[in-house]
Design a protein around this ligand. Structure first.
Ligand code: DSN
Length: 383
């Protein structure tokens, strides 16, 4: 056997033998996997359905239209682009569509749980080409909406991100809307982490409040690695050309040929995400995360969260990486993460981030999450 297949087999075994608690990871269905490994990978299809630059795309058009229709229904939006290769390219395309170089962009600080592509200064596309201002969270890791309103009124950004990678609380979309309206800013939701919770009905839906949203499709949505950009009714009311601007920014603005195997796999996942079983899955994700957080708190561990699928756990100043490695030795996979107002900095963070989506897919319930919580606490406390 080619060495690469031996390695793939070894990785599959690792994924199933260890406890996977990285909140952004999940397990895809066999059907999603079949679409990903299909001959669609062979086809070039630059352009959009009905407007391709290459011949031989009639079936491809049907596939992309099916993915779009299923996604639009799932998220209740009038326009959806399914071509972004992943979350960072999707955010870059949104910024290209809505901003000019040097415009002011506002996102949550990375150390507070925000994402690199939401204006992290200096080293990212969004922080280098735009004038970035960043908001923080309070001592409990929550957004203070009054302070954010003041901050935005002073800074007057052109685009505001509501979205995070390590935020364990429910977003107040209506507050974000009021704040964006106070300065006439575009409001963009990055729902990459919580999209599955939204379509599963356990987190409020941003669509009535934001202009645009984006999401990766491989986290709580349990689809392939890829991303979508949705344009809402509100966004189109504000600018009737918004959908075209977004599409043009994705292709030809940022990308070339779409990955049609990924788009077909998204269509499969969207069908799965619309089923009644998926709602039960989404509810169980939140129940499991809550039980895990409570178990850790009962062991006198400082936990930020949780109202969703993840929590950030303080493990001692600068000791996040060391603790993540120790947990790995015990078969538990998490990632080191900054805690709110971390004094040790992002390269030596003081926390770990833990999430429930993957093990919930594997059938774990409260009993298993309580047990693993006790094990994690013992590791953190050197027992
Ligand atoms: N890497 C993703 C996560 O783990 O949350 C965000 O891009």
């Amino acid at each position: 056997m080619d060495k690469i297949f031996e390695l793939i087999e070894a990785e599959t075994k690792r994924q199933h033998e260890q406890v996977q608690l990285i909140p952004s990871e999940n397990f895809i269905s066999e059907e999603v996997k079949m679409a990903l490994a299909s001959d669609l990978s062979n086809k070039y299809a630059e352009g959009y359905p009905g407007k391709r630059y290459y011949q031989g795309n009639k079936i491809i058009d049907e596939i992309e239209n099916l993915a779009i229709d299923r996604g639009k229904k799932l998220f209740g939006v009038p326009h959806l682009n399914v071509q972004p290769y992943s979350g960072s390219p999707a955010n870059s395309a949104i910024q290209m569509a809505l901003l000019n170089p040097g415009d002011k962009i506002c996102g949550m600080k990375l150390s507070a749980g925000g994402h690199l592509t939401h204006g992290h200064p200096k080293i990212t596309f969004s922080g280098k080409f735009f004038n970035s201002v960043q908001y923080d969270v309070d001592a409990e890791g929550k957004i203070n909406y009054e302070e954010l309103a003041e901050f935005v009124k002073n800074e007057k950004p052109k685009l505001i991100y509501a979205g995070t990678t390590a935020y364990p609380w429910i977003f107040k979309w209506d507050e974000f809307r009021k704040i964006a309206d106070s300065v006439g800013a575009w409001l963009v939701a990055d729902i990459s982490h919580i999209a599955g919770l939204i379509v599963g009905g356990v987190h409020p839906d941003p669509a009535p409040f934001v202009d645009v949203f984006m999401s990766t499709t491989h986290k709580t949505l349990r689809g392939p690695r890829g991303a979508i950009i949705g344009v809402t009714e509100r966004g189109i009311e504000r600018d009737e050309k918004l959908a075209t601007k977004i599409d043009n920014a994705v292709f030809p603005g940022m990308q070339g040929g779409p990955h049609m195997n990924t788009i077909a796999a998204m269509a499969v996942a969207f069908e799965e995400d619309g089923k009644a079983e998926f709602k039960i899955y989404a509810e169980q994700i939140v129940k499991n995360a809550k039980v895990l957080a409570e178990t850790l708190k009962n062991q006198k561990i400082k936990v930020f969260g949780t109202e969703n699928h993840l929590m950030v756990v303080a493990v001692g100043e600068g000791r996040g990486k060391e603790m993540a490695e120790k947990l790995e030795e015990n078969g538990i996979i998490v990632n080191a993460n900054t805690i709110p107002h971390d004094t040790a900095g992002p390269l030596k963070p003081s926390g770990i981030r833990i999430g429930s989506p993957a093990m919930t897919t594997r059938g774990w319930k409260e009993k298993e999450f309580t047990k693993v919580g006790i094990r994690i606490a013992a590791c953190c406390q050197g027992r």
